[in-house]
Design a protein around this ligand. Structure first.
Ligand code: NAP
Length: 251
């Protein structure tokens, strides 16, 4: 793999959709920074797989909900891989199934901090490096939203859906703000995807329970989401900005 490959940072790249994105990106020649928050073994496994395949990758620990961590993560990427060309704002969390009349302030603050403030802080740092206005050479950002943004998550996690609605608005606005500065900004809205996120929200059987509600009658796999993300990052999407692509099996 060429050392001249483009530099990509994937937040939450250690597991699930983020890990699939890192692995596919490395196959396409990107040099990949794999961010994670606590599961070092999983992030290291992604890095090892990329390196064994001849690619270039580093693991970068950091909580995207912490400004100090975001700043140090970007400094690590600058130092170890060079100036970033692409960002995938993938890290995100759900919480226990709960109606809005039962949610706590602590839950809301955590959800907003990780799912909204984190991606905006990461995009800010990326734009500071990519924008021609700041002496950069352009780049691409893909935000990972959710089909929940348009379905609403009623009875399950309306607060999570609202964070993804914010990501959709942020995608549209930032795309227009930096369109003349060489940066494209797009988003994907996954539907039900087989990852650990459902168990982390206390619903390990959620994928099996929801499968029948998906028009194509199956869940997506992380690689199918990664394919859409990599297309949006690629030169094949050179005229695509401010787009939000449903990758949800028709749901
Ligand atoms: P996942 O399997 O739970 O993996 C989440 C990844 O994000 C992990 O690598 C985790 O790090 C990292 N992460 C969590 N909080 C973080 C933080 N504060 N700072 C940095 N990294 C953090 O999740 P997934 O299902 O792949 O979801 C990825 C994205 O897709 C999320 O934005 C999610 O909302 C969205 N999405 C998923 C689905 C689905 O059905 N799976 C559907 C629609 C949208 P550690 O490994 O260190 O814990």
């Amino acid at each position: 793999m060429s050392k001249a490959g483009k530099v990509l940072l994937v937040t939450g790249g250690g597991r699930g959709i983020g890990a699939a994105t890192c692995l596919l990106a490395a196959k396409r020649g990107y040099r990949v920074a794999v961010n994670y928050v606590s599961d070092t073994a999983s992030a290291d496994a992604v890095v090892d797989t990329i390196r064994r395949g001849g690619g270039d990758a580093i693991a970068v620990k950091g909580d995207i909900g912490s400004e100090a961590d975001v700043l140090s993560m970007f400094e690590t990427v600058d130092r170890e891989l060079g100036r970033i060309d692409a960002l995938v704002n993938n890290a995100g969390v759900v919480d226990r199934k709960a109606r809005v009349d039962a949610v706590s302030l602590a839950r809301l603050e955590r959800m907003m901090r990780i799912n909204v403030i984190g991606p905006i802080l990461c995009a800010r740092e990326a734009v500071r490096r990519m924008s021609t206005r700041h002496g950069g050479k352009g780049g691409a950002i893909v935000n990972v939203s959710s089909i929940a943004a348009v379905i609403g998550g009623a009875g399950e996690y309306v607060d999570y859906a609202a964070t993804k609605g914010a990501i959709d608005s942020f995608t549209l606005g930032l795309a227009r703000e930096v369109a003349e500065e060489g940066i494209r900004v797009n988003a994907v809205r996954p539907g039900i995807v087989g990852t650990d996120i459902h168990a982390s929200g206390g619903q390990p059987d959620r994928v099996a329970a929801m499968r029948g509600l998906v028009p194509v009658k199956r869940e997506g796999n992380p690689e199918e989401i990664a394919d859409a993300i990599l297309w949006l990052l690629s030169d094949g999407a050179s005229y695509t900005t401010g787009a939000i692509l449903n990758v949800s099996g028709g749901r």
